[in-house]
Design a protein around this ligand. Sequence first.
Ligand code: NDP
Length: 327
Amino acid sequence: MFKALLVDKTDGGVAATLRDLDDADLPEGDVTVVVDHSTVNYKDGLAVTGKGSIVRKYPMVPGIDFAGTVETSSHPDYKPGDAVVLNGWGVGESHWGGYAGKARVRGDWLVPLPQAFTPAQAMAIGTAGYTAMLAVLALEAHGVTPDAGDVIVTGASGGVGSVAVAILAKLGYRVLASTGRAAEADYLKGLGAAEIIDRKELSEPGRPLGKTRWAGGVDAVGSHTLANVLAATRHLGAVASCGLAQGMDLPASVAPFILRGVTLVGIDSVLAPKAKRLEAWARLADDLDVDKLETMTATVGLDEVPRVAKDVLAGKVRGRVVVDLGR
Ligand code: NDP
């Protein structure tokens, strides 16, 4: 038997309860993993609280990512004892995920745990951090290098934002961190931010084009914030769009694209091809300081996930929250 957090429909919405499950309860898949750690991402917050339409079928074990050890495998790439990581692929949405002592998944969805990281560190990075790395790779691919000018990170105190700030600063970029939490200024400077921008400067409707302020950015927020980030991006700059913490809308104009050649790059971590995942994890091993990772991470047990899920949606969580299945 192993513990799992199961989310099921109720008359009034959904309820998340701790249950004891056994192997026979697990879904189909060619690899069974003993889960060491999972995390609470924004999407998990939506799934556990029943907000948004994240969960596609009930009952569901949420948890869009996990790190663990292969217990049984009929997949050619994995054998018992292998350390593995999973991000995305609809796990925790349409296939049972990481909030359980065991998970059964398709081996094609897994990547080997990078040697640089323990399972706990890999989940401190988690889907938020791996997405931040995908965004940095996108900026590089579009010519936004440290000598191109400043870069902005929005939603900077959140998971994607914190990891993006730390990576970009280590790579030598001058990072402007946009946050609604002035109290986190020292935290963000500790991660490497050169300047703090009050998110109010960006979150209201703005002009189609403004004075240029940065060469590019990583945006976890969407809506007016992304529109304003684009409007202040330099000629031939690029902005990676990762998230929708302010809103899913994009009330922008084409002016930055047709008058400044700005590129808006979409980041989708869920269905990213395996080669891109391996590249992102290899770069995380090189370009993210584990001591900075520690300053942005809190660890909880499975029983605390429902509380943390609410805090994530309320924008109260700083950095990353790891779920230790052994607690
Ligand atoms: P977090 O909740 O950790 O961070 C989001 C941050 O956004 C908050 O910390 C806050 O930062 C800021 N924020 C919250 N509400 C608002 C608001 N109303 N207006 C402006 N800013 C706000 O979430 P994650 O970092 O894990 O995820 C960020 C986004 O990225 C989410 O929308 C998530 O769904 C998405 N995402 C997308 C992925 C992809 O594949 N594209 C993968 C992973 C995440 P601060 O307090 O500093 O202002």
